[in-house]
Design a binder for this molecule. Sequence first.
Ligand SMILES: [Zn+2]
Ligand SMILES: [Zn+2]
Length: 391
Amino acid sequence: MRSIKIYILLSILFSGFTIANAENVRVRILSTKIIKSFIFSPISGSYTIYGDGILLKDYDPTGIFQMAIEGDSIRLKTFEKNIGKFASLKMIAKETIAAFKVKSVDPASRIRTYDDNLEVSISADKSQLQVINTVDLEKYIAGVVESEAGKNSSLEYYKLQAILCRTYLLSHINRHILEGFELCDDVHCQAYLSRASEDNDLKAVLETKGLVVVDNELNLITAAFHANCGGETCNSQDVWAISTTYLKSVKDTFCLHETAATWQRTISLEDWKSYLQVKHKTPPNDSLKNDVTTSFNQQNGRAIYYVDKDLKIPLKTIRADFKLKSTFFSIQPIGDSLKFTGRGYGHGVGLCQEGAMRMAKLKYNYQDILHYYYKDVHLVDLSALNYFKQE
Ligand SMILES: [Zn+2]
Ligand SMILES: [Zn+2]
């Protein structure tokens, strides 16, 4: 049984390792928009351009190119000239260090910058352009680290985020494989809103190269994280109904004074009553009138359910319905309103980003921070796993 497990692990890890050593990962960018037209322009290095697999020799893409969907083709043009119509286009970097910018024109969006190559095709239903960044894996992770962790964090925190992003990448590499790419740039996979602009991001990635996190069974972990836990993280089974050995509730004092530590919201008593009656079928009586039944308290720790004498509603349902920042709130009636006083931001499972950033500032190393938020996990260097092969 154990050898089967290790074999499975090796299949995962070594397929991951192959990917880690292969240069590239294919990420669909601008994936949250229906892209009809966008512009491409190199910002460093030089590029060659291929239309339907054929080198377009006469066009050295140093300027600005526009690509727009036209029937079942892509129209390629510069400001001066119409180049032609193609089923697919590739902008291939000539050097190992090359970057470009893209800007969606229809619909309009902000400029984004990325490393390495770009491929453009038309979606299967012919409704939009499919824009894919084929990018060096470590550069991709650096871009994700910056998108997920923001700028100006410490190097130690970036290292941890890089390891978590790499672990996530390797365990989700086939997520979009049937659509012709590996990952999307949205939070569905991992946010990848640009190349890394901070030197520390790439440094963190390179200094942790090949490191991933596994559980006691040697499986890559689900490296869940959120902005701020409010002082206590959640068990994965309380939020997602999936129990793991490593996503366990921990008390956290590091995040208590950070940006997303607290929030407030006021909801009218009338709206609250009607919500409970319509959605949760509470009897239309006066039981919610008095303070006792409208008060709700999590001051001494997280609860899973909102408990009224007749009710047991999952807090995550209330959070989703009212778009609250977290499920970690108390309710206090004030006149015709209910005051929600909340703690933290996000689902609360796994690593608390603001707590971890604070720990890094206090000089905890990334290993300590990792083990604080994930229980019974191990850092594994993919390249050091060869000896398992002999087992
Ligand atoms: Zn995705
Ligand atoms: Zn926290």
